[in-house]
Ligand binder design. Structure first.
Ligand code: COA
Length: 320
């Protein structure tokens, strides 16, 4: 017994911020952003919220899976940008779906969140704790970005992607996940919270801070390493994988991973030009776009891989 993704959906906010529009706010240019990252524009929430986007993506995934919302028994939302600390995003999605029986919780593993959440869903199914699961990645990164910091604000975007995962005889094959807390300073968001017991002092740096080069170096080394580990442990050759669906952070990171694995770039689909880095949402958004275009065919072998703050990472081998 294993688990399988049988439905996908996504939702992005209506507002589009182009690189040219950003260059009117901070000292940057379309040329700089495109050449360093591959990003052309990003979506940014206005009226939308993390839970609303998660709900919309989930609704579409349920339709694509042909499953009723009331039959879902577990909802897990990967997010670092929930609307509220509690209730968690998953219970908000449950409420909007009018579902009564699911166990609901959020998981924060930053940009690795979707890979971690899929792993948790799979483990629940294999352990007999759940049968029909919504695995969602949803982020409002625009809320935790300093829009005056050109080093970070050009990189991120908002959105949500969802999958329906059920028990099956094939699908989820193998995974490698990991974390290294000692490198947590490479990308950090302190948040706004302060302890009112000691007064209401604002945090000095409430927004995302990042050492871009450290994160870049980590990603281009760690991602090929874990993908190779997954393939070796299942005795599968890199060329037997149809698609490598990586977290959409930066085109140059993806290029470098492809080169290190000696796999042609055509096997590394990308949509970061349109959305930027949507953190835990990037992999399920891309999965849904590929699914809608008919690019995912039954029996294809797929690697998904995420990496990000923590530091955290994960790579999973699936059969579609
Ligand atoms: N527009 C124009 N110039 C910018 C800029 C921007 N948006 N952001 C930084 N710069 C400037 C810097 O100030 C620096 O100027 P200086 O040489 O005068 O000091 C110069 O560009 C080079 O900066 P540097 O940080 O060395 O650029 P880089 O080539 O490393 O690219 C990143 C920066 C962020 C694009 C790159 O490091 C990266 O992609 N890192 C990974 C980040 C990531 O993916 N994080 C999320 C992981 S989940």
């Amino acid at each position: 017994m294993t688990s399988r993704i049988i439905g996908t959906g996504h939702c992005v906010p209506d507002t589009v911020i182009t690189n040219d529009a950003l260059s009117k706010v901070v000292d940057t240019s379309d040329e700089w952003i495109r050449s360093r990252t591959g990003i052309g524009c990003r979506r940014v929430v206005k009226e939308e919220t993390t839970s609303y986007m998660a709900y919309m993506a989930a609704k579409k995934a349920l339709i694509s899976a042909n499953i009723e919302a009331e039959d879902i028994d577990f909802i897990i939302v990967a997010t670092s940008t929930p609307d509220t600390i509690f209730p968690n995003t998953a219970t908000c999605v449950q409420k909007l779906l009018n579902n009564k029986k699911a166990v609901c919780f959020d998981l924060n593993a930053a940009c690795s969140g979707f890979v971690y959440a899929l792993n948790v869903a799979h483990s629940h199914i294999v352990a007999g704790l759940a049968k029909k699961v919504l695995v969602i990645g949803s982020e409002s990164m625009s809320k935790v970005i300093d829009w005056k910091d050109r080093g970070t604000c050009v990189l991120f975007g908002d959105g949500a992607g969802a999958t329906v995962v059920v028990e099956d005889n094939s699908g989820f094959l193998h995974t490698v996940v990991g974390s290294d807390g000692s490198k947590g300073d490479a990308i950090i968001c302190d948040g706004h919270s302060s302890n009112s017991f000691y007064g209401h002092k604002e945090k000095e740096h409430p927004f995302t801070q990042m050492n871009g080069q450290d994160v870049f170096t980590f990603a281009v080394k760690k991602v090929p390493e874990i993908i190779t580990q997954v393939l070796q442990e299942k005795n599968i050759n890199a060329e037997d994988i149809h698609w490598y669906i990586l977290h959409q952070a930066n085109e140059r990171i993806i290029n470098s991973v492809a080169k290190r694995l000696k796999v042609p770039m055509e096997k590394f689909p990308m949509n970061l030009e349109h959305y930027g880095n949507t953190s835990a949402a990037s992999i399920p958004i891309l999965l849904d776009e590929m699914n809608q275009k008919g690019m995912l065919k039954k029996g294809q072998k797929i690697i998904i891989s995420g990496f990000g703050a923590g530091l955290t990472w994960g790579a999973t081998l699936l059969t579609w």
